[in-house]
Design a protein around this ligand. Structure first.
Ligand SMILES: [Zn+2]
Length: 193
Protein backbone atom coordinates (compact mmCIF):
# COMPACT_ATOMS: atom_id res chain seq x y z
CA UNK A 1 0.00 0.00 0.00
CA UNK A 2 2.40 2.62 -1.22
CA UNK A 3 1.03 6.12 -1.19
CA UNK A 4 3.03 8.93 -2.67
CA UNK A 5 2.00 12.51 -3.08
CA UNK A 6 3.95 15.03 -5.04
CA UNK A 7 3.28 18.63 -5.84
CA UNK A 8 5.45 18.92 -8.89
CA UNK A 9 4.70 16.48 -11.68
CA UNK A 10 7.99 16.65 -13.54
CA UNK A 11 10.02 16.20 -10.39
CA UNK A 12 7.82 13.30 -9.35
CA UNK A 13 8.88 11.54 -12.54
CA UNK A 14 12.50 11.98 -11.65
CA UNK A 15 11.95 10.73 -8.13
CA UNK A 16 10.11 7.65 -9.33
CA UNK A 17 12.98 6.91 -11.70
CA UNK A 18 15.44 7.37 -8.87
CA UNK A 19 13.38 5.17 -6.60
CA UNK A 20 13.45 2.42 -9.22
CA UNK A 21 17.22 2.73 -9.53
CA UNK A 22 17.61 2.61 -5.78
CA UNK A 23 15.32 -0.42 -5.50
CA UNK A 24 17.41 -2.18 -8.11
CA UNK A 25 20.58 -1.44 -6.17
CA UNK A 26 19.02 -2.89 -3.05
CA UNK A 27 17.74 -5.95 -4.81
CA UNK A 28 14.10 -5.17 -4.11
CA UNK A 29 11.30 -6.27 -6.38
CA UNK A 30 9.75 -4.06 -9.01
CA UNK A 31 7.41 -1.39 -7.75
CA UNK A 32 9.27 -1.03 -4.47
CA UNK A 33 10.62 2.36 -3.53
CA UNK A 34 13.80 0.92 -2.05
CA UNK A 35 14.09 -2.23 -0.01
CA UNK A 36 12.35 -2.37 3.34
CA UNK A 37 15.25 -2.80 5.73
CA UNK A 38 14.92 -1.80 9.37
CA UNK A 39 17.35 0.99 10.22
CA UNK A 40 17.88 2.06 6.62
CA UNK A 41 16.19 5.03 5.01
CA UNK A 42 16.06 6.07 1.36
CA UNK A 43 16.26 9.75 0.59
CA UNK A 44 15.71 11.27 -2.85
CA UNK A 45 16.60 14.90 -3.44
CA UNK A 46 15.58 16.56 -6.69
CA UNK A 47 16.45 20.19 -7.39
CA UNK A 48 14.74 21.90 -10.30
CA UNK A 49 14.83 25.64 -10.72
CA UNK A 50 14.42 27.18 -7.29
CA UNK A 51 12.60 24.14 -5.88
CA UNK A 52 14.10 21.20 -4.07
CA UNK A 53 11.85 18.21 -3.50
CA UNK A 54 12.98 15.75 -0.86
CA UNK A 55 11.43 12.34 -0.35
CA UNK A 56 12.25 10.02 2.53
CA UNK A 57 11.10 6.44 2.82
CA UNK A 58 12.04 4.52 5.94
CA UNK A 59 10.86 1.38 7.70
CA UNK A 60 8.68 2.39 10.61
CA UNK A 61 10.73 0.14 12.89
CA UNK A 62 13.71 2.46 12.45
CA UNK A 63 11.68 5.54 13.32
CA UNK A 64 9.18 4.49 15.98
CA UNK A 65 10.16 0.92 16.90
CA UNK A 66 6.97 -0.78 15.63
CA UNK A 67 5.24 -1.28 12.29
CA UNK A 68 1.52 -1.13 12.88
CA UNK A 69 -0.98 1.37 14.11
CA UNK A 70 -0.22 2.51 17.65
CA UNK A 71 -2.17 0.54 20.23
CA UNK A 72 -1.29 2.07 23.56
CA UNK A 73 -1.09 5.65 24.75
CA UNK A 74 2.69 5.32 24.86
CA UNK A 75 2.79 4.12 21.25
CA UNK A 76 0.46 6.90 20.14
CA UNK A 77 2.73 9.38 21.83
CA UNK A 78 5.80 7.92 20.10
CA UNK A 79 3.99 7.95 16.75
CA UNK A 80 2.77 11.52 17.10
CA UNK A 81 6.15 12.75 18.25
CA UNK A 82 7.81 11.09 15.25
CA UNK A 83 5.32 12.74 12.88
CA UNK A 84 5.86 16.07 14.57
CA UNK A 85 9.64 15.73 14.23
CA UNK A 86 9.38 14.69 10.60
CA UNK A 87 7.09 17.62 9.77
CA UNK A 88 9.94 19.93 10.82
CA UNK A 89 11.70 19.27 7.54
CA UNK A 90 14.21 22.06 7.94
CA UNK A 91 15.51 20.33 11.07
CA UNK A 92 15.58 16.91 9.39
CA UNK A 93 17.60 18.12 6.39
CA UNK A 94 19.57 21.34 6.21
CA UNK A 95 21.01 22.70 3.00
CA UNK A 96 24.06 24.94 3.01
CA UNK A 97 22.93 28.38 4.14
CA UNK A 98 24.32 30.14 1.04
CA UNK A 99 21.48 28.63 -1.01
CA UNK A 100 18.84 30.29 1.19
CA UNK A 101 16.43 27.35 1.14
CA UNK A 102 13.18 27.51 3.10
CA UNK A 103 10.77 24.68 3.81
CA UNK A 104 7.50 25.33 1.99
CA UNK A 105 5.54 22.09 2.39
CA UNK A 106 5.88 18.91 4.40
CA UNK A 107 3.85 15.71 4.25
CA UNK A 108 4.22 12.68 6.47
CA UNK A 109 2.37 9.42 5.82
CA UNK A 110 2.61 6.07 7.52
CA UNK A 111 1.35 3.20 5.39
CA UNK A 112 -0.11 1.11 8.17
CA UNK A 113 -3.60 1.70 9.53
CA UNK A 114 -3.90 4.80 11.63
CA UNK A 115 -5.17 4.72 15.18
CA UNK A 116 -8.94 4.65 15.01
CA UNK A 117 -8.80 2.62 11.79
CA UNK A 118 -7.11 -0.22 13.59
CA UNK A 119 -10.13 -2.49 13.15
CA UNK A 120 -10.42 -1.83 9.44
CA UNK A 121 -9.03 -5.21 8.45
CA UNK A 122 -10.82 -7.90 10.40
CA UNK A 123 -9.97 -10.54 7.83
CA UNK A 124 -8.30 -12.72 10.39
CA UNK A 125 -5.45 -13.42 7.99
CA UNK A 126 -2.83 -11.59 10.01
CA UNK A 127 -2.07 -11.51 13.66
CA UNK A 128 -0.25 -8.26 13.05
CA UNK A 129 2.98 -9.70 14.33
CA UNK A 130 4.86 -9.91 11.06
CA UNK A 131 3.44 -6.93 9.19
CA UNK A 132 5.76 -4.22 7.95
CA UNK A 133 5.16 -0.53 7.56
CA UNK A 134 6.97 2.42 6.09
CA UNK A 135 6.99 6.13 6.62
CA UNK A 136 6.75 8.26 3.50
CA UNK A 137 7.86 11.82 3.98
CA UNK A 138 8.05 14.55 1.37
CA UNK A 139 9.25 18.12 1.59
CA UNK A 140 9.44 20.98 -0.83
CA UNK A 141 11.99 23.70 -0.27
CA UNK A 142 12.24 26.98 -2.16
CA UNK A 143 15.74 28.36 -2.49
CA UNK A 144 16.65 32.00 -3.04
CA UNK A 145 20.00 31.12 -4.59
CA UNK A 146 19.65 27.63 -6.05
CA UNK A 147 22.99 28.04 -7.86
CA UNK A 148 24.63 27.99 -4.44
CA UNK A 149 23.11 24.65 -3.46
CA UNK A 150 26.12 22.53 -2.54
CA UNK A 151 25.53 20.31 0.47
CA UNK A 152 22.99 18.88 2.86
CA UNK A 153 23.23 17.85 6.51
CA UNK A 154 20.80 15.28 7.90
CA UNK A 155 19.31 16.01 11.30
CA UNK A 156 17.26 12.81 11.07
CA UNK A 157 19.76 10.73 13.01
CA UNK A 158 19.53 12.93 16.08
CA UNK A 159 15.76 12.50 16.30
CA UNK A 160 15.73 8.82 15.35
CA UNK A 161 18.63 6.93 16.95
CA UNK A 162 17.48 3.56 15.56
CA UNK A 163 18.11 4.88 12.06
CA UNK A 164 21.53 3.56 11.08
CA UNK A 165 21.97 4.55 7.45
CA UNK A 166 20.33 6.76 4.87
CA UNK A 167 20.97 6.08 1.20
CA UNK A 168 20.71 9.31 -0.73
CA UNK A 169 20.13 9.83 -4.43
CA UNK A 170 20.06 13.32 -5.82
CA UNK A 171 19.49 15.19 -9.03
CA UNK A 172 20.56 18.80 -9.36
CA UNK A 173 21.17 21.05 -12.35
CA UNK A 174 24.78 19.82 -12.23
CA UNK A 175 23.93 16.15 -12.52
CA UNK A 176 23.03 13.25 -10.27
CA UNK A 177 24.79 11.18 -7.67
CA UNK A 178 24.43 9.35 -4.40
CA UNK A 179 25.74 9.11 -0.89
CA UNK A 180 25.44 6.86 2.13
CA UNK A 181 24.96 8.81 5.32
CA UNK A 182 25.30 7.59 8.90
CA UNK A 183 25.06 9.27 12.31
CA UNK A 184 28.83 9.79 12.17
CA UNK A 185 28.81 11.04 8.59
CA UNK A 186 25.58 12.97 8.22
CA UNK A 187 26.72 15.64 5.77
CA UNK A 188 26.94 15.22 2.04
CA UNK A 189 28.02 17.35 -0.90
CA UNK A 190 26.18 17.37 -4.19
CA UNK A 191 29.07 16.20 -6.30
CA UNK A 192 27.80 14.61 -9.49
CA UNK A 193 29.17 11.19 -10.30
ZN1 LIG B 1 9.57 -4.04 8.78
Amino acid sequence: MTRLKFNVGSIAGILIALGAASAQAEGAGPGQQGAHVHGIGHLNVAAEGSSVVVELIAAAAGLIGFERAPRSDAERETFNLAKENLMAGDAMIRFNTEAGCRLETAEVDADFAQAGQAHAHDQGSHDGGDAHGDFHVSYRFECERPDELGSAALGLFAGFPALERVLVHYVTAEGQGGAELTPRQAVMSFVPL
